[in-house]
Write a protein that binds this ligand. Structure first.
Ligand code: AMP
Ligand code: FE
Ligand code: FE
Ligand code: ZN
Length: 283
């Protein structure tokens, strides 16, 4: 069986549309040989994912996509194989989730001045305990017939320039990376060359992140620009960083399909060798 490794996927524990068990089943159906579950700021899906993988032959790498922030721009850090009980990480992710919840409520309050949408409606339509984000507000806007899908919501009402946007609490990338590394995990910068930002991070900044423990770059991602990917490949070669490629699957919440970008086995082996805080589940 050819290797097909996808290290960035979301379940309904954050803003994916499938439960962790359904996500794993979708990974098996897509012919993946290894996949990571990387919900935003939460490890709550790990056990259900492991249980669903039993007997399938799929390797599940426990992970998370940690929210961090520099000024008003959000920076996502993927963490793999960290200790999910590491105290600082547990406290920080709880603080981020709480901050996200309050920020979503404030956004909905402002939206409700112009559109027939209420905060209880958003909460009722969101999975219990999920890491709440704009995608859940989008789903409520869709349910009310105010937009056609999540994508349309993000291009209008939920856009950062749409008049209702506000950021949420998140630590700095350095602190986030340090926490993941201290928890025995492997920090990888998620989609570092997406449209809309001023391009790839400058080399000095990258060096600071590497000093904090950054181990890799997610280069294969549909939102990284071609020019950005070339720059990232140069960085990876110069600093001997792990290189990953992944789908960033969100079920029906985004067009991204499982396995549309993949990671080489040699790079997964580096992650497995570095991660000491938890172990992959071999289904
Ligand atoms: P938030 O973290 O609450 O600001 O929302 C950002 C999240 O929304 C990211 O995790 C993305 O997965 C998701 N997202 C961003 N743009 C879109 C889009 N156009 N369609 C669907 N989901 C999106
Ligand atoms: Fe997301
Ligand atoms: Fe992300
Ligand atoms: Zn993601």
């Amino acid at each position: 069986m050819p290797d097909r490794i996808d290290l960035h996927t979301h379940s309904s524990v954050s803003d994916g549309t499938e439960s962790p068990a359904e996500l794993i089943a979708a990974g098996v159906a897509a012919g993946l040989t290894a996949m990571a579950i990387t919900d935003h700021d939460s490890t709550a899906g790990w056990q259900q994912a492991f249980a669903a993988a039993r007997g399938t032959g799929l390797m599940v790498i426990p992970g998370m996509e940690l929210s961090t922030r520099v000024g008003h721009s959000s920076v996502h850090v993927l963490g793999y194989l960290f200790d999910p009980a590491h105290q600082q990480l547990v406290e920080e992710t709880a603080r981020i989730r709480e901050g996200r919840l309050r920020r979503a409520e404030r956004m909905v309050e402002r939206i409700s001045a112009d559109f027939p949408l209420t905060w209880p409606e958003v909460l009722a339509g969101s999975p219990k305990g999920a890491t709440i984000g704009r995608p859940h507000i989008a789903d409520a806007l869709v349910a009310k017939g105010l937009v056609t899908d999540r994508g349309a919501a993000f291009e209008s009402i939920l856009h950062w320039s749409g008049g209702y946007y506000e950021p949420h609490y998140a630590p700095s990338p350095e602190d986030g990376i340090r926490m993941i590394a201290e928890a025995g995990g492997v920090p990888v910068l998620a989609h570092p060359a997406t449209h809309g930002r001023s391009g790839v991070l400058p080399e000095q900044e990258l060096e600071r992140l590497i000093d904090a423990g950054l181990a890799g770059l997610e280069i294969g991602h549909r939102e990284n620009t071609d020019a950005g990917k070339r720059r990232l490949r140069d960085y990876a070669a110069a600093y001997d960083l792990i290189v990953t490629g992944s789908s960033d699957y969100h079920g029906t919440g985004k067009p991204n399909r499982l396995g549309e970008n993949t990671t080489d086995r040699s790079q997964l082996e580096r992650i497995l060798a570095l991660g000491t805080g938890s172990v992959p589940f071999r289904g």
